[in-house]
Design a protein around this ligand. Sequence first.
Ligand SMILES: *[C@@H]1O[C@H](CO)[C@@H](O)[C@H](O)[C@H]1NC(C)=O
Ligand SMILES: *[C@@H]1O[C@H](CO)[C@@H](O)[C@H](O)[C@H]1NC(C)=O
Ligand SMILES: *[C@@H]1O[C@H](CO)[C@@H](O)[C@H](O)[C@H]1NC(C)=O
Ligand SMILES: *[C@@H]1O[C@H](CO)[C@@H](O)[C@H](O)[C@H]1NC(C)=O
Ligand SMILES: *[C@@H]1O[C@H](CO)[C@@H](O)[C@H](O)[C@H]1NC(C)=O
Ligand SMILES: *[C@@H]1O[C@H](CO)[C@@H](O)[C@H](O)[C@H]1NC(C)=O
Ligand SMILES: *[C@@H]1O[C@H](CO)[C@@H](O)[C@H](O)[C@H]1NC(C)=O
Length: 528
Amino acid sequence: MKRNKVPKQTRVFRALTIFSSGMGAAMLALWALDMAGMTLSSYREAATFGAIVLGLASLAGAGTAHAYFAGGDDASQTYEALLSVDSVTGLLSRSGLAESLDGYVSKGGGPSRMNRFFLISLDFDSLRDFNETYGLETGDSLLRVFGDRLQRVVGDTGLAARTSGGEFVIVLAANHDDRELRAATEALLGILSLPVRVGNASHSVFWNAGVAEIHKNNPPMERILRHANLARTTSRATGRGTWSIYHPEMSQVAAYRHWIEAELGGALQRDELMLHYQPKVHAVTGETVGYEALLRWNHHQNGSIPPSEFIPIAEQCGLIQQIGDFVLRRVCEDLEQLPDNISVSANVSPAQFNRDDFVANLGRLINGTEIRPDRLEIEVTETLLIRNHSEVRRLLAQLRELGILLAIDDFGTGYSNLSTLNELRFNTLKIDKSFVDRLTDKDPAASTMVASIVGMARSMGASVVAEGVETQDQATLLRAAGCTIMQGYLFGKPQPLSAIKHHHRDSEAGPAGALPAVPQPEFLAAAS
Ligand SMILES: *[C@@H]1O[C@H](CO)[C@@H](O)[C@H](O)[C@H]1NC(C)=O
Ligand SMILES: *[C@@H]1O[C@H](CO)[C@@H](O)[C@H](O)[C@H]1NC(C)=O
Ligand SMILES: *[C@@H]1O[C@H](CO)[C@@H](O)[C@H](O)[C@H]1NC(C)=O
Ligand SMILES: *[C@@H]1O[C@H](CO)[C@@H](O)[C@H](O)[C@H]1NC(C)=O
Ligand SMILES: *[C@@H]1O[C@H](CO)[C@@H](O)[C@H](O)[C@H]1NC(C)=O
Ligand SMILES: *[C@@H]1O[C@H](CO)[C@@H](O)[C@H](O)[C@H]1NC(C)=O
Ligand SMILES: *[C@@H]1O[C@H](CO)[C@@H](O)[C@H](O)[C@H]1NC(C)=O
């Protein structure tokens, strides 16, 4: 298939040049509209034209970006013969790019003789959805639309390729200034992210980009591509529509990630994961009313690895399902060994809810034990509630049917609204540590806020647990605000099952029946 040629692009980029040399935005807009009217048949919408004008204006507004695109009309003839072409988009293929890269760099990116070269890797997040929803045909035309857009922006002054699936690569030359690179990358993302028309509907597509500089000694393309892709994946973690420039530290982070990913599977087999239990204490009676189960990983060689590091990776690589099963199974087993007026809460990741059989499995698990279902509490974060509302509501209703309790974790850090909360009929609200940390005599607003959260929870028939309580002052202020159940280092660190079992045996044997091994704060003695 012949490579798509878009003869009109040079006019556009001349327009950019005119703009940045001072002839003004009106001229640019005229040129851009002219171009849009003539060639953008696949997404002909007034809004789209406007956005293109904006995108190009932002490109030109940087004043320097035209450097990429000036001149170079004859570059295509030089490379045309070498090209290996992607049959869908008419852009270079992966191997075509590898073949063309050396020539492009050694020729200084065309007649303008730039001295820095960048590879920009771009991809969008919904090709699979498009393929599944609309069929491969539509997937192909989508790719063609993006290919056209890229070809139009890059013209013959850079290289444009589709390297795999929805992954596109641009190679550009620049002079010294990083601002040029920023302007060009953002303009690329802006133009690619314009809505696409599929059938009768217009779709938004979100792109991420990663940039790697191609150095003079010209390493193999595969390595540069790997770096750019790494920068892209790193930027994706910070949100849609973002981009970043490769930095060697990213390789270290990625290596650590891979290590965790590789070791996690083994961790389950080697039985390195375990639960520690942190007490929740009634602030008036000093009694332990329950525990939160917290996951610990003690690697056989590298020691303790914090959950904040391995849970997000487990969520991404899918191991969270097995890990979540392990946690719930272990909690149910351990509950059988604890007094039956003690409950345990376990954190459930939103990813676990994605599985259709989550509730059914949990039901079977509970059925297989002697424990009352209301001794098990599931902690979910507000993030889950914001996502697919109706689906979540259905799942949580099923959990309630089983008799399992529901807690909203880290309350105050998300964006759930009161009507959502009310509908969910949760049993417990856990006030996030960040609120508790702010509780001091000097910040009366924090106390008022906690008091109103407690009041709200009460009016919904739920109990309140304050998390991360570390000082007597915090405990005093929390009690004054009406919060009676507290969790935090002041009341006890997470401990293995054996330690907390010991505590309950001692309590039963003890004279008053309640002699907590967790230190009882002094103010309690004064209060009772
Ligand atoms: C979607 O379909 C396109 C076009 O056939 C194909 O190139 C691409 O690899 C597919 N991607 C996925 C994720 O299925
Ligand atoms: C698109 O809209 C036209 C005109 O309104 C209609 O005839 C056609 O069936 C629609 N196509 C699809 C795929 O919905
Ligand atoms: C649980 O039961 C034990 C033994 O009957 C009793 O000592 C303890 O106070 C009870 N704890 C709670 C929180 O009710
Ligand atoms: C884990 O321990 C091994 C052996 O002590 C060491 O070589 C490796 O660098 C450690 N890995 C990490 C990620 O800390
Ligand atoms: C639990 O067991 C009871 C009695 O055997 C049964 O009726 C019920 O359907 C089971 N529930 C689940 C969720 O498996
Ligand atoms: C509350 O949040 C839910 C879920 O995000 C949303 O569907 C609903 O419209 C919101 N209600 C109000 C009154 O904002
Ligand atoms: C939310 O869940 C419902 C019910 O399963 C489903 O029909 C809907 O497509 C989902 N919406 C999103 C945005 O995932």
